[in-house]
Write a protein that binds this ligand. Structure first.
Ligand code: GDP
Ligand code: MG
Length: 156
């Protein structure tokens, strides 16, 4: 029974995955990554292409405002459209973070060569993917991109 399966597999969660502008510049990459997600058993609840203004990118990454990489991060994230994907499934927050790998692609190519950032990431800034890091971040980020009513639907 589905209820029992979900309990044994972990908490049902939602997360925000972003395919950053360098991925969208290559439509074949988008198709391959979306296929990968669909074959995983995790659910794509919503998808939306967004093209952030500087203000929107600054708001999304507000926690990093004082970091040395903030300006280049905002410039990167406003250099082209981004594919926003609301994923749902058991433990999907950590599932997607593991699938991406950690922040730095060059380091991942040494330690975790099959993760997405190792395969697609370009630099520490242009690392091709985002994933929410907690239930609270996921809620804030999903509401930011898709709005509160859509978020309520996703977590039903
Ligand atoms: P994430 O959760 O792995 O995406 O990493 P963070 O939340 O710490 O940082 C947000 C984004 O800022 C990362 O995905 C990178 O695009 C960028 N970033 C983080 N740390 C660094 C860094 O040390 N150097 C540079 N150049 N960019 C960074
Ligand atoms: Mg983060």
């Amino acid at each position: 029974h589905i209820h029992t399966l979900n309990q044994s597999a972990g908490a049902l969660e939602a997360t925000l995955a972003l395919l950053k502008p360098d991925i969208l510049a290559n439509p074949a990459f988008v198709d391959s990554i979306i296929n990968d997600i669909q074959n995983s058993g995790m659910k794509i609840a919503l998808r939306k292409q967004v093209f952030w203004t500087q203000g929107q990118a600054e708001q999304f990454y507000a926690e990093h405002r004082r970091r040395f990489f903030f300006d280049r991060l905002v410039k990167y994230m406003t250099s082209g459209p981004v594919e926003a994907i609301a994923l749902s499934g058991p433990n999907v927050i950590s599932w997607w973070r593991q699938k991406m790998g950690a922040t730095r692609p060059a380091q991942m190519r040494m330690t975790n060569p099959t993760c997405l950032r190792a395969r697609y990431g370009l630099t520490d800034t242009r690392n091709s993917f985002h994933g929410s890091d907690s239930v609270e971040s996921a809620k804030r980020e999903l509401v930011f991109v898709f709005g509160q009513p859509a978020y309520k639907q996703i977590i039903l």
